[in-house]
Design a protein around this ligand. Structure first.
Ligand code: ADP
Ligand code: MG
Length: 845
């Protein structure tokens, strides 16, 4: 075997693992971690089978093959692999390379990991959601039931400390054997375009000093295909071969790219060759700087591959692939200025993808409270909540019991997003697997409709139209001429492939009877599948046919090309935010009909019937209503049997509570009482009376509402007694003493005092009636004189004063002179302080 940088460290690695039971191993890509460490563990005879987790299927297969090759082992006997759709290993294969999803499902069935001695997590730096989850689950297994289980984490970058702390494991860093790499920047406006790639490749091939292979990093299959066509003639001129390398290629085509070759290779690869696959003899790397990265797509509610700029760390890993065997070079198809703007590291998947599948797994694992689970990096609580809410709506999670449902358990068998798992499960049960899988593929892949179709059609669902387009594309064998008919043949081919994968996958489930449905019933069944996958996307149409409100309260506008123009409800399958006249609304091009009875049948847990007794502000009375809700969408509303007294008073009270102060202050007597109370409170602070804020009036309001259902009953009721109930008897006496409602004036009449907030109490009387009072009486333990509003015989105010003595002494004489002749029947004594007030004053003429 060729010596590799890791070889001298193998003994040290095995000793550390045997001693600590866990280990973090860091070394440059290509140093031999993947191909040398796992077989060494097997040979060491630590006991038990060795499982290696690989985030990528291609890498799992090729690693197993490479190990078998190097050691003269037989693939499927001493070493094997196990990935989705493909397994080569027997019961006693000692070393199995698998993808994390396979291990997770295995753990759910067998949490003790019977027979497994060591689990190696490879490519940890990629931080895939699956790797994160597997690491956390394995740590728990090791802590709780299998203290002898050994865990090795292998990573290409140097940030090993956090994971070492997480596992309480030592770190071993093995120095690599890298050669200098000359980096050149060659700015291209669209770096993944065939001409940009071809230009860079042509330059590299033209260098007579370099005969090594060229490795080109491109974001995806489509870009690889296009570059492959463009590069054909250039490669021929240099006697080189162009080879694609991509996760969804058949295994033999992948092998062709990886196999050693004397002929010069131009390998067009996705980021699969960044660290997980090694290609020997590469001396030039050409990097588009782009990758497709899974990210939650809010519009479809699924994860989607997004075209993104790679991080600086990623760009360095890619460049490093040129320096394996000798000095190399890297051509970056972007500028040095752009380089400075790149993110330093990739964002871990747990921060950007949907957590539905992960939470379903955790609940199946028995984690009732995912917030308290031992995550390697915990997601934000809101994202956990949102994922659980969706699982509940899909019928996979019982939020009350906080437990996975039997449907949820069945969904786990399908390694797709829970929405699509729910759809496929139902499709299988209905015997509609082929069409169900097509719907799932159409929903998750690029739209097969190339341009917007003409408006004006009417129909049940835009998805039925897409199924027809797919059939049309298949019948035409995905011919490029389909473009003329508005169909994207490449997208259609991809959808058909995914459909077949999904259908094959789901057919392993218990499949229901073959569907004997007629055309209409079949269509209806397909529409129901969509509801099961998107129960949170129900829209209730507003009066106008193109707008509505979606569950959650957001406004939706149906795009012109949608055919779903009728019906009270529809499903919004691709709501996209759009700004329209300054407000954000959701624009929907893919819609599908929904009927109330379907919701009742399919999503009963989201239907709520309620009888509400409540105050109707328009009629100002308590009414009882029956309402039917779908989540937060009001579907129906009808008057119910009248409420009983207690319910009604309660509803009245609750409706009036926010304006309790207003209710009392609108009543003159209650308002005066409150003013008296406030007067005493402020004038006699030593009583320690508290301010009667609106909240303090809740009690009196509640009693006031007893036995009432209408606002006018509340208005008419006498309210002072309710307010008095706030005071102790001694306080009531104090209130009456300090702030009497009326006083008896010298004429013998009882005069009501006017109390107003923030003012001195006022007494209004004809001045003749006050003859005999030398000065104004004082309230509040003699502290505040009454404000007297002295009226002339014509009832007009003559003077407003609290100083009666000075009035009698001065102004009175002037008034007397002015009015005596006009009102001769009224008494106008010289000395009013000693005069007798008349019991009745004559009426003015
Ligand atoms: P690491 O996991 O540290 O990145 P690997 O164990 O994958 O390293 O690879 C170590 C070395 O083995 C590589 O540098 C390469 O030289 C060689 N190698 C690995 N896989 C293959 C293969 N399929 N064909 C040829 N050489 C390979
Ligand atoms: Mg490796």
């Amino acid at each position: 075997m060729t010596p590799l940088p890791i070889d001298p460290s193998l003994t040290r690695i095995l000793d550390a693992l045997a001693a600590a039971g866990a280990l973090v191993l860091v070394a440059e890509p290509g140093s031999g971690k993947t191909t040398r460490v796992p077989p060494a563990i097997v040979r060491q005879g630590l006991g038990g089978r060795v499982i290696v987790l690989q985030p990528r299927r291609v890498a799992a297969r090729s690693t197993a093959a490479r190990i078998a090759d190097e050691r003269g082992w037989t693939l499927g006997r001493e070493v094997g692999y196990h990935v989705r759709f493909d397994r080569r290993a027997s019961a006693d294969t000692g070393l199995v390379i698998m993808t994390e999803g396979i291990l997770t499902r295995r753990l759910l069935a067998d949490p003790f990991l019977e027979g497994v001695g060591t689990v190696v997590l490879d490519e940890f730096h990629e931080r895939s959601l699956h790797t994160d989850l597997a690491l956390a689950l394995l740590r728990e297994v090791r802590r709780e039931v299998r203290t002898d289980l050994r865990i090795v984490v292998m990573s290409a970058t140097l940030d090993a400390e956090p994971v070492a702390r997480f596992l309480d494991a030592p770190v071993i860093a093995v120095p690599g054997r890298t050669h200098p790499i000359a980096t050149a920047y060659r700015d291209a406006p669209r770096p993944a375009d065939p001409d940009a790639v071809a230009g860079a490749v042509a330059d590299a091939l033209a260098d007579p000093a370099d005969r090594g292979h060229v490795l080109v990093f491109l974001p995806g299959m489509a870009e690889i295909r296009r570059a492959q066509r463009e590069l054909g003639p250039i490669a021929a001129r240099h006697d080189a071969r162009v080879l694609p390398l991509h996760g969804s290629l058949p295994a033999d085509e992948q092998d062709a790219a990886l196999r050693p070759s004397h002929q010069r290779k131009i390998i067009l690869s996705t980021n699969i060759a960044e660290t997980s696959l090694t290609i020997d003899g590469v001396t030039t790397v050409i990097d588009s700087g782009l990758a497709r990265v899974a990210r939650h797509d809010a519009s479809r509610g699924l994860d989607r591959l997004d075209l993104t700029a790679i991080s600086r760390a990623s760009a360095d890993q890619r460049a490093g692939r040129a320096g394996r065997t000798g000095p190399g070079r890297c051509i970056r198809l972007w500028s040095e200025q752009r380089q400075a703007l790149l993110e330093p590291f990739d964002e871990p998947e747990i921060r950007r993808v949907d957590l539905g599948s992960t939470l379903l797994t955790l609940h199946s694992w028995g984690v009732g409270e995912p917030g308290a689970f031992g995550w390697y990096e915990a997601p934000e609580p809101e994202r956990i909540e949102a994922a659980e809410a969706l699982l509940a709506r899909l019928g996979a999670f019982d939020p009350a019991a906080r437990r996975i449902t039997p449907t949820g358990e069945r969904m786990l068998a399908l390694p797709v997003h829970p929405r699509l798992a729910r759809l496929l499960l139902a499709a299988a049960d209905e015997g509609l697997l082929h069409e169900g899988a097509a719907l799932a593929a159409l929903l998750s892949e690029k739209d097969v409709a190339e341009r917007r179709r003409p408006a004006g059609h009417r129909g049940l669902s835009d998805m039925l139209g897409r199924l027809d387009l797919l059939a049309e594309a298949e019948a035409a064998r995905f011919s490029p001429s389909l473009k003329d008919r508005g169909i994207d043949p490449i997208a259609a081919r991809q959808v058909a492939k995914i459909r077949d994968d999904l259908a094959r996958l789901a057919s392993r489930l218990d499949v229901g009877r073959a569907s004997g449905l007629d055309e209409a019933a079949r269509e209806e069944a397909l529409l129901k599948l969509l509801i099961l996958a998107y129960p949170d996307r129900v829209v209730r149409r507003r009066g106008a046919e193109e707008t509505g409100v979606m569950v959650g309260g957001r406004g939706v506008r149906l795009a012109r090309e949608s055919v779903v123009r009728e019906g009270e409800f529809f499903l919004a399958l691709d709501p996209r935010e759009e700004r329209r006249q300054g407000t954000l609304e959701l624009q929907v091009a893919l819609a599908s009909a929904v009927r109330l009875e379907w919701l009742e049948e399919l999503v009963p847990q989201s239907i709520r019937r309620e009888r509400r007794v409540e105050f109707d502000p328009a009629r100002e009375r308590v009414v009882a209503m029956n309402r039917l809700w779908y989540e937060d969408i009001l579907i129906r509303e009808d008057p119910a049997r009248p409420p009983d007294g207690r319910e009604a008073s309660r509803a009245l009270y609750e409706a009036l509570l926010p304006r309790a102060g207003e209710v009392f202050r609108a009543d003159p007597a209650a308002s005066a009482w409150l003013a008296r109370y406030d007067f005493v409170r402020l004038a006699v602070p030593e009583l320690g009376w508290t301010e009667l804020a609106d909240e303090a009036l809740a009690g009196p309001l509640e009693v006031l509402c007893h036995g009432k259902t209408r606002m006018d009953e509340v208005r008419q009721a006498a309210k002072v007694a309710y307010l008095e109930s706030l005071l102790a008897p001694a306080q009531v006496r104090e209130l009456d003493a300090c702030a009497p409602t009326s006083v008896t004036i010298p004429s013998g009449r009882h005069v009501r005092l006017a109390y107003e907030p923030g003012r001195q109490p006022v007494l209004a009387a004809k001045l003749q009636e006050l003859f005999g009072w030398p000065e104004a009486p004082r309230l509040a333990r003699g502290r505040v004189p009454l404000l007297l509003e002295l009226l002339g015989p014509n009832q007009r105010p003559v003077q407003v004063t609290s100083d009666l003595r000075s009035f009698w002494a001065t102004t009175y004489h002037q008034v007397r002179k002015d009015l005596r002749n006009r009102y001769p029947k009224h008494p106008w004594p010289e000395d009013p302080t000693t005069a007798q007030a008349p019991v009745r004053t004559p009426r003015p003429r």
